[in-house]
Unconditional design. Structure first.
Length: 385
């Protein structure tokens, strides 16, 4: 099987798994307990907090553990919104549903929500953001790198604009972590969401960076863990694995980025060169180094996925979180794509375990599958397949 759906989830690293095992077997204490078992668990959590902070150049005290990117995003949005009832919140039209769904709820609750448009590459214009700011704006949340088309947004420009008005800025960096060097001090962001399973860590754990001095209301109440911001007994083993994944990501960041970019460019150029009527979507330059998003004209994307799976290739048409809903991609709609372009889309995302042999095999399989699907396509005559 050739796995090219690394934007959905990644294979857990062997070193990460090994680091977790003691906390699933011998070191099973509750980190809130004062006995030795509890102290050992607490120490492991604080080590992981430091490892995660180091990856983004934050202070460990600025890292809040969550169950993943969705909770981190919800915590950022609701944590600021609860302090500013009825205020304006600005986001983009291509955010992950973990941002858009909470925003819809906040809109129903009386908040003034602004959804910024994007151009045909998925880029938000900083000037449009600036023109939509108001005295009543409490938060701007714009993703770092898009999970579908891979476009990387000009985060520094957004932060600069927001700082002039003293407006809090949050970014969903779930897809960008481990693929782009991120320094929260240089960027100046106030809140930043991270997820473990996108960087070869375990599922079910993530973090929210909260800049020192930024105050948010807790979303989950209870025993007061995580300085009262996220109650509930910590998932020690997963947090330890998350910390190890961040440590490995920091150590290998330059090498991993270079490898993913090299494989991405090789695969995308080969596909476009050897298969007709294929278009690369997203920004041509400012994009995640592991993302290839293509439209195969005259082909249904879901049929393409099923066929690829039969031949041993795991890919996607977009966000894994939206598959069960069976809805058209709101990202591609916001970029102005036609129905035909949307339904013919395919996302291939590279991981650190992939290699050139897999890229070559993928192209050969894609050529045969696309040819087969186009032979029975209703658009056969239109494109002269």
């Amino acid at each position: 099987m050739i796995y090219l759906d690394n934007a959905a989830s990644t294979k857990i690293h062997e070193d990460v798994l090994e680091s977790m095992i003691p906390y699933l077997k011998e070191q099973y204490g509750n980190p809130s307990s004062i006995h030795r078992y509890g102290r050992q668990a607490h120490k492991a959590i604080e080590k992981a907090r430091t490892q995660i902070a180091n990856l983004i150049n934050a202070d460990p005290s600025e890292i809040l553990f969550t169950s993943g990117g969705t909770e981190s995003n919800n915590t950022a949005l609701y944590g600021i919104a609860k302090k500013n009832p009825g205020s304006r919140i600005i986001t983009s039209s291509i955010e992950h549903d973990a941002i858009l769904e909470p925003c819809k709820k906040l809109e129903k609750d009386g908040f003034d929500l602004i959804y910024l448009p994007v151009d045909n590459s998925g880029m938000v214009d900083p000037l449009i953001l600036k023109n939509n700011l108001s005295e009543n704006t409490s938060l701007v949340s714009i993703m770092f790198g898009n999970n579908e088309v891979g476009t990387v947004e000009p985060i520094f420009d957004f932060v600069t604009i927001c700082k002039e008005k003293k407006i809090i800025f949050h970014t969903d960096a779930v897809q960008a972590i481990g693929k782009i060097p991120i320094d929260v001090k240089e960027l100046g962001v106030d809140l930043l969401s991270i997820s473990s399973h996108k960087i070869n860590g375990p599922k079910g754990v993530g973090a929210l960076y909260i800049k020192a001095g930024i105050s948010i209301d807790p979303v989950i109440l209870g025993g007061g863990q995580e300085n009262g911001l996220r109650s509930g007994t910590e998932n020690v083993a997963n947090i330890v694995g998350f910390g190890k994944a961040c440590e490995l990501s920091q150590i290998n960041l330059v090498k991993n980025i270079s490898k993913m970019r090299e494989l991405r460019d090789y695969l995308s150029k080969k596909i476009i060169h050897e298969i007709s009527e294929v278009v690369l979507n997203g920004h041509p330059e400012n994009r995640l180094p592991n993302n290839i998003h293509l439209t195969f004209l005259g082909v249904n994307g879901e049929d393409l996925l099923i066929k690829l799976d039969e031949y041993g290739i795991a890919a996607s048409t977009g966000s894994a979180c939206s598959v069960q809903i069976q809805k058209a991609s709101h990202v591609l709609q916001a970029m102005g794509f036609s129905h035909e372009q949307i339904t013919g889309s395919l996302r291939l995302t590279i991981g650190i375990s992939n290699n050139f042999e897999e890229m070559n095999k993928t192209v050969e399989i894609l050529k045969n599958v696309v040819k087969e699907l186009r032979s029975v396509s209703p658009f056969k005559e239109k494109y002269n397949f």
